[in-house]
Design a protein around this ligand. Sequence first.
Ligand code: FAD
Length: 483
Amino acid sequence: MRTLVWLQRELRTQHHSALETALATSDEVIVVYFHDPKQTLGDANSAWLARSLQQLQQDFQSRKGQLWLIEGDFSTQFKSVLLNHKIDQVYYTFQLGAPFSNWQQQALQVCQALKIPLRPFDTENWLPYNQILNGSGLPYKVFTPFYKSLMSKISLLEPFNAPVEDLQKTRSVNCPDHFQSLPKDLQDLSNQSWANKILQHWQVGEAQAWLKLDDFVASGIENYDVDRDLPSKHGTSQLSAHLHFGEIHSRAILFALAPLESPRGQIIHIWLRQLAWREFARSILWHFPTSEQAPFQSKFANFYTELNDFDEQQDKIYQAWCQGRTGIPIIDAGMKQLWETGWMHNRVRMLVASWLTKNANIDWRLGVDWFNNTLVDADPANNILGWQWVAGCGVDAAPYYRLFNPIRQSEKFDAQGDYLRHWLPPLAKYTAKQIHMPSNVPDYPKPIIDLTLSRQAHLARRQQLKASSSTEKSALDECITIV
Ligand code: FAD
């Protein structure tokens, strides 16, 4: 039996059920990553991918194994491997969201046509999502009950098998030379100076992900509760891109942290709760796949100005946001951090998303696009959940409708102005008191949008939507909070 193990975003050698099952039950195993340059999430994400694949290839080699890297139109290349290498069956790990869902659909069509069994492994989550349902058998739309239900079933989790040290079986079929090097598109990307600039901030790959977790558990997790909200501190794990690419399995993290339960249990749980947001985001996308394109609450369908309806002025505003030139220091600092490092602190992600959607009235999907292209951790489920949550059109919003005041948030979470000074050197000379407020920093560009007026305009639009929407219960069921 010759099995093809098809990798998508589970770029690791251990905690990998599809690979382990193939190794244990097949005579011959081929492990392939197909790179389709026309279907990527975005550039920064692909820069990480390039490095991660190189690392994985080395990891395979160091365990006597081999990883094939194939470039081109997915469907064509997939079919040609099945035919040319006489594949008997295909194993893969089910993945959510585009472009993975497209590939999986195409793989199914090819396999059906060739009558080759295609076996998905639904093993990337803590638990299968059809096991976490409310009393009526429906998916949760609010995080806290989802989380409680998830944690109540955590004892059902099966531990992973011991890591497979010997991958020699993945060499059983000779890998053609042209499938041994990094795809040309990814090579070109890796040679770009911007990609190297971003990647200098990161150590990519499975081993590095585990080192980062160890480091965080040893020194960061203790203060996570407070430090996670302070963008100037290295107070979060920064594991998001490792998790996105499956270099580390989130369930393996659970098991790794379990012996630490006591006496640090509570501290660990605060962080695990955040990791459970990832499970929630994936559950929402799994149960409500249309939320990838459309607002979860359909009444918001025409609420924001879409790109097609943009006038020149709105386009300028969008470009200024992308480039960190809004004139609001905390927004600009966040966008600069994103551009320089491919990552942005969670609180600042919320602020920049709020400014774009609620102050600039720009469609959240344009924010998703920019994040997809610039984040190393760009992730279909987390990105959509984050944007829709901030825009107010997603799950988990009621009874609050939040409006962030970026100046107040900046004063609260970057009280000394260290984050602003780091990302906006022209502001370095200003004191902690002055630095947050644009009117206090005369040589900084003026705000391109007045925060108060735009907030009022947004609330007026929101009231209008409420009045026109038959699905809204009453004006009193939602509490507008400005934070
Ligand atoms: P930690 O605080 O250490 O958390 C550990 C892990 O938990 C993260 O790596 C992540 O996998 C998960 N997690 C934490 N917070 C969230 C959350 N709110 N939602 C879902 N999962 C979470 N995260 C992405 O991974 N990819 C994205 O494309 C993405 N886009 C976002 C867009 C917006 C507008 C917002 C508000 C948030 C977005 N997030 C996204 C969620 C969050 O900002 C990042 O996961 C987090 O900043 C990553 O840093 P960390 O690894 O240090 O997180």
